[in-house]
Design a protein around this ligand. Structure first.
Ligand SMILES: Nc1ncnc2c1ncn2[C@@H]1O[C@H](COP(=O)(O)OP(=O)(O)OP(=O)(O)O)[C@@H](O)[C@H]1O
Ligand SMILES: [Mg+2]
Length: 264
C-alpha cells in the first residue's frame, strides 16, 4: 500500500495556490525567506522540516492567519487561482471559508458538538432546511471518524470531548463548508494510532475533491499521505518535489540529513 502510494504520479494539474518570493518577518526576525511554492489542486502536499524552520508560519500565510499576529509582516506574492489573497478587497473571513485550517491544538467553539459542525454551513447559507443540515453534520462527523463516539450526545459541549475527539471535531468543522484547500498543522499530534490512521484515510479521500496541505513531523505520515513534499530549513524552502523522490532520492544534502535523522 505504502509503496504504491509512494509511486503515485502527480498528473499535470491546476495550480491552486502560488507563492512567489514569499517573506515573513516577526519584527526583525526573518522567519520565511524567498519561498516559491505551487500548491496543486486535488493533491496532498506535506511540509516537513526541523522545529522552528517556519512550517507553521508559512502555512498560516496561505489563508492570512498571520494577519492576527501584530508583529508579523508578509511580503511577496501569494495567489489563489491567480488572485492575490493579500489584496485589500479580499475579506479574510470569506478567504478562510475557501481555505480552511485545522490547528495543532484543537480549538472547538464553546458550543455543542452539533453546532460546531453546523456553524459554517449555517453562516454561509449552504443548506435549505434542518434535514440537510443534519445530513451535513452526520457526514462530516463520519468522515472525521467521530460519529460513532458522539451520535448519542450531539447536544453536549464540544469542549467536553477528549483532546483527540476535539481534534476530529475540528476536522469535521473544517470540512463542513467544503473548502477548496484545507491547511492542517500537525493535525494528528494529539491522536492515538487508530484515530491517526482514520484521519490519514480521510485526507486521502479529501484529495479527490480539493487540495490538502499538511505539516507533519512524521516522515512516515508524509510518505503515506502526500504526493508532493516540501522540506523547509531555517526559513528556506530547500527542496520541493514528488514525495517518492524526496524520500528516496533527495537532491539537497540538507534534505538527505533530515530524512535520515541527522538533523532536526
Ligand atoms: N507568533 C510569533 N511571534 C514571533 N515569532 C514567531 C511566532 N511564531 C513563530 N515565530 C518564529 O518564527 C520562526 C518559525 O516558527 P514556526 O512556528 O513557523 O516553526 P515550525 O517549523 O512550525 O516549528 P514546529 O515544528 O516547532 O512547530 C521561529 O523562529 C519562531 O520563533
Ligand atoms: Mg509549527
Amino acid at each position: 500500500m505504502k509503496d504504491q502510494r509512494l509511486e503515485t504520479r502527480v498528473d499535470t494539474q491546476t495550480i491552486k495556490i502560488e507563492a512567489r518570493k514569499a517573506q515573513v518577518y516577526y519584527g526583525t526576525n526573518h522567519a520565511i525567506k524567498d519561498v516559491d511554492v505551487d500548491i496543486m489542486d486535488k493533491t496532498v502536499t506535506a511540509f516537513i522540516g526541523p522545529s522552528g524552520c517556519g512550517k507553521s508560519t508559512f502555512l498560516r500565510c496561505l489563508n492570512r492567519m498571520n494577519d492576527t499576529i501584530p508583529s508579523c509582516r508578509v511580503e511577496g506574492s501569494i495567489t489563489l487561482e491567480g488572485e492575490s489573497i493579500y489584496d485589500p478587497r479580499v475579506d479574510p473571513v470569506q478567504l478562510r471559508a475557501r481555505i480552511g485550517m485545522v490547528f495543532q491544538k484543537p480549538n472547538p467553539f464553546p458550543k455543542s458538538i452539533y453546532d460546531n459542525v453546523a456553524y459554517g454551513p449555517k453562516i454561509h447559507g449552504l443548506t435549505r432546511n434542518k434535514a440537510e443540515l443534519d445530513a451535513i453534520v452526520e457526514s462530516c462527523l463520519r468522515k472525521a471518524a467521530l460519529w460513532n463516539e458522539v451520535q448519542d450526545r450531539l447536544n453536549a459541549p464540544g469542549t467536553g470531548l477528549s483532546g483527540g475527539q476535539q481534534q476530529r471535531l475540528c476536522i469535521a468543522r473544517a470540512i463542513a463548508t467544503s473548502p477548496e484547500v484545507l491547511l492542517m498543522d500537525e493535525p494528528c499530534s494529539a491522536l492515538d494510532p487508530i484515530a491517526t490512521a482514520q484521519v490519514e484515510e480521510l485526507i486521502d479521500e479529501l484529495r479527490s475533491q480539493f487540495s490538502v496541505v499538511i505539516v507533519t513531523h512524521s516522515m512516515q505520515q508524509a510518505a503515506r499521505v502526500s504526493q508532493r513534499t516540501a522540506f523547509f530549513h531555517l526559513g528556506n524552502l530547500v527542496e520541493f518535489g514528488e514525495t517518492g523522490q524526496i524520500f528516496t532520492n533527495p537532491k539537497d544534502p540538507r534534505t538527505e540529513s533530515y530524512i535520515s535523522g541527522r538533523i532536526g
